[in-house]
Unconditional design. Structure first.
Length: 209
């Protein structure tokens, strides 16, 4: 971050984006695994902000959408669904087998989630893979929740009961924190030392001004 330090608890970027003031801003919260993104979302929800959860939506649409069921069955096979519900083991195995498989599933599910968000009427979304999915095109501003890697590793190990090596591998598969910061409009530091509520106060004040 040129000309800025981590002491700034919330950083604004791309301030020159033309928003025209014609509609409520659409805002996305993103962050790597273990950053505490979901915790920050809960703090915002406690303030009365409704947040669209892209991950939950994807799971719901895979259960409920007949179109997605047909496409996934054609892609993976009849075993992709069991008793009318996605067969998590089969779908996960297919998805993790190759990047090509992951892309094929994403090409089915992501457009449905994007449409669902736009039809939801919500202004905020939570999306772990915001830039990777291209969902950043759906919003006006991006808020990145970040934390130091050692702390993220500790959180992941405690939450998922896994070894340090695996936790680090999960982090390494995601967008580097430095790139996330560069591409975001605002940064919330969830490192256990900087007070979160104050950062969110400043975030909302800036967005609403």
């Amino acid at each position: 971050m040129t000309g800025q330090t981590e002491d700034n608890s919330m950083t604004e970027r791309r301030a020159d984006k033309d928003l025209n003031g014609k509609r409520p801003l659409k805002i996305a919260l993103t962050g790597g695994i273990g950053s505490g993104k979901s915790f920050v979302c809960r703090l915002l929800q406690a303030r009365g902000i409704c947040i669209y959860d892209c991950d939950d939506a994807a799971k719901r649409l895979m259960r409920e959408s007949e179109d997605i069921r047909i496409q996934l069955t054609q892609l993976i096979g009849e075993e992709a669904y069991q008793d009318g519900r996605p067969n998590k083991a089969v779908v996960s195995k297919f998805l993790l087998a190759s990047e090509r498989n992951t892309e094929a599933i994403n090409n089915i599910v992501h457009p449905a989630v994007a449409r669902d968000f736009e039809e939801s009427g919500m202004s905020w979304m939570e999306c772990a893979i915001l830039f990777e999915s291209g969902f950043d095109r759906l919003v006006d501003k991006v808020v990145a929740v970040v934390a130091p890697t050692p702390l993220r590793v500790e959180r992941i190990m405690a939450r998922d009961h896994i070894e340090e090596k695996m936790a680090q591998e999960w982090i390494d598969k995601q967008m580097p924190t430095e790139e996330l910061i560069q591409r975001a409009d605002f940064v919330v530091y969830n490192d256990g030392t900087k007070e979160l509520e104050g950062q969110l106060d400043r975030l909302l004040e800036t967005i609403c001004s």
